[in-house]
Design a protein around this ligand. Structure first.
Ligand SMILES: Cc1ncc(COP(=O)(O)O)c(C=O)c1O
Length: 401
């Protein structure tokens, strides 16, 4: 039975892609954009660009107001207590690097940082490099057979030497939600700081950072239907106070002299230089658009399409799904067929899916794989998109076998 997306028409690029005979199933990499965002960008650029937080003139005041309103919207989206807990960054990667450098001074040789075995490189390499700089021990929390962090094992590995845990909320390879509430509560009881990589999780459902109980939460706007070049770092007020400034320049300074300076607290103290103003304003407009949708309808649509995807893959002979995907995406390999070959055949048939290691090389290596194909869904996908994918997959398999 055909399952339409009630929001497909809100995303003009989907129609444009269709005209190019492209079926977009790579939303976990980046999403198509709603008209509301295009309108906000066009409005900002066609009504007068201006820098923020410095000019006293009217365009500057309007840009600053729009920029700060976006900060309020991000705070509301995450249910942060205060919009001063939201630092704009250039994305999840830059937020995680900010944390790894900003918290570095608090670590001593022999301290431990815990990450899971499924982290994206963005939430692995900053901590790995910090561990190398400071002579720390990086502890890797193992997974169970479904592709979720093995809770029992992880609770034993997070102990009094653990100073920080950095965990993904929703795996970008396995589509599994991680058991964060228990892990974060345990980390807190051990006196460790917690960092949640919400790059994928933030896109599906609404998440409350207070309920989650994390110290820091990061995400990228471009995966949440917003513009690229911008992301957000949420921090609990006490946790933010532990950050040292890490990038220096305009806007972040309180007083500067030739030989000494003092710096602003969060958020502006961590937003050195001109920020991506249009993108921040566009993110605010995107959040307004997303907030206008019926969350139950979105969840029902996403769940139903995801089930359709997983069932369709499971029904096909020789297809091996990685882990037990719960939301948003599924990755798979095919017995006896190289993933690059199948990816090539899908590409030729206009199916835009991702193949490779998905920026999680250690995870793929642990699974004994060089790569996998990932199909990921967005609000705008409908069951015809999946049908085109399955038809192309069947045709490709026939050719390859
Ligand atoms: C789980 C996860 N974390 C972090 C990132 C990094 O996001 P960005 O490249 O936008 O900084 C990604 C992007 O694929 C991701 O999927």
């Amino acid at each position: 039975m055909f399952q339409p997306s009630p929001w497909r028409a809100d995303f003009p690029a989907i129609t444009a892609l269709q005209r190019q005979r492209q079926t977009y199933l790579d939303s976990a990499a980046t999403t198509q954009k709603p008209q509301a965002l295009l309108d906000a960008l066009s409005h900002y650029y066609s009504h007068g660009a201006a820098n923020v937080h410095r000019a006293q003139h009217l365009p500057g005041a309007l840009a600053t107001q729009a920029f700060e309103t976006s900060r309020d919207k991000v705070a509301t989206w995450l249910n942060a207590v205060d919009s001063r807990q939201i630092i704009f960054t250039h994305g999840a990667t830059s937020a995680l690097n900010l944390l790894a450098y900003g918290l570095e001074h608090g670590f001593e040789a022999g301290d431990e940082i815990a990450v899971s075995a499924l982290e994206h490189h963005a939430n692995l390499l900053p901590w790995q490099q910090l561990a190398q700089r400071r002579n720390l021990r990086l502890v890797v929390l193992p997974l169970d057979e479904h592709g979720r962090i093995d809770l029992e094992h992880a609770l034993q590995l997070i102990g009094p030497r653990t100073r920080l845990v950095a965990l993904s909320q929703l795996s970008n390879v396995l589509g599994t939600w991680q058991p964060l509430p228990a892990l974060l509560a345990h980390a807190r009881a051990q006196g460790a700081l917690s960092v949640v990589d919400g790059a994928q999780g933030v896109v599906h459902g609404r998440h409350d950072v207070q309920l989650l109980g994390c110290d820091f939460y990061v995400f990228s706007s471009h995966k949440l239907y917003g513009p690229d070049g911008v992301g957000a770092l949420y921090g609990r007020t006490e946790a933010l106070a532990r950050l040292r400034h890490w990038q220096f320049g305009g806007e972040m300074v309180q007083l500067a002299d030739y030989h000494e300076s003092s710096f602003r607290p969060a958020p502006l103290g961590f937003e050195a230089g001109t920020p991506p103003i249009a993108s921040v304003i566009g993110l605010g407009a995107t959040l307004d658009y997303l907030a206008s949708l019926d969350p139950a309808a979105v969840a029902a649509h996403e769940t139903s399409l995801h089930q359709h995807l997983v069932r369709g893959l499971a029904d096909r002979e020789g297809v091996r799904i990685l882990g037990t995907p719960q939301s948003a995406l599924a990755s798979f390999v095919i017995d006896g067929v190289h993933n690059a070959d199948i990816a090539h055949l899908l590409t030729e048939q206009g199916i835009a899916v991702r193949a490779g290691h998905h920026c999680a090389m250690p995870l793929l290596k642990g699974l004994g794989l060089e790569g996998a194909i990932r199909v990921s869904l967005g609000l705008y996908n409908d069951s015809d998109d999946l049908q085109r994918f399955f038809d192309a997959l069947d045709q490709g398999l026939e050719l390859l076998r």
